[in-house]
Design a protein around this ligand. Structure first.
Ligand SMILES: [Zn+2]
Length: 211
């Protein structure tokens, strides 16, 4: 495993964890995936069959995580539906013993509450595309989460993130992973090579903790 880009939707990406909807899962040799139903994509219409498909596909060896899944207070279905769908992903993650890639837009407390209410606090979570402030970062870090940063972030939140919880990603932006590493390196006063080494090491630790 040599994952530096922790989260992308580009199915052609290399050295990346590619986030895919299970209905579009088409594993290619040498690639790694996370599978889930994105909270923006009509999650109120998901059926038991869709979750059975997720479970079946996510059992594949090249699927290292569940997600992206999560909650968004600005888009998508109602808060209740989002919480239910997110909890179903967490339940599957526990069954399959895989960590979760979480989409969290102004819902950090809901994310942690949902996990706690479901009795699934041991399910590992990385919050992808983290742009929250330092207080939200500390809350999520205290709950054991990893934080994945892209090209836009709150510098104080990045500085508050321990180097062993730091991940980097491109998501759906046009900024390359090299450029993301370089932006993060300059904020943290590290070299680009150091950031890449740290991010790759952390991705491996996070994704292989249960294998
Ligand atoms: Zn994404």
């Amino acid at each position: 495993m040599d994952i530096i880009d922790f989260h992308t939707h580009d199915t052609g990406a290399t050295s990346a964890l590619i986030s895919v909807d299970p209905r579009q899962f088409d594993p290619q040799p040498g690639k790694w995936y996370s599978l889930g139903y994105h909270p923006w994509h009509e999650v109120d219409k998901l059926t038991d069959d869709d979750f059975a498909l997720l479970q079946r596909c996510a059992s594949h060896d090249q699927v290292l995580a569940i997600g992206e899944t999560g909650m968004d207070s600005l888009r998508g279905a109602s808060r209740d539906v989002q919480a239910q769908v997110f909890t179903r992903h967490l339940t599957l993650a526990a069954i399959l013993d895989k960590p979760v890639v979480v989409h969290c837009v102004r819902t950090a407390q809901d994310i942690l509450t949902s996990r706690h209410k479901a009795g699934l606090d041991t399910v590992a979570m990385a919050i992808h595309g983290f742009r929250g402030n330092v207080h939200v970062a500390r809350t999520l870090l205290a709950a054991g989460c990893y934080l994945s940063f892209g090209h836009q972030f709150n510098p104080a939140a990045l500085e508050a993130t321990p180097l062993d919880r730091l991940l980097i990603e491109t998501d759906d932006s046009a900024t390359s992973i090299n450029d993301v590493a370089s932006i993060i390196a300059s904020t943290l006063h590290l070299s680009v090579a150091q950031v890449k080494t740290i991010a790759t090491h952390n991705a491996t630790t996070f994704l292989s903790r249960s294998h």
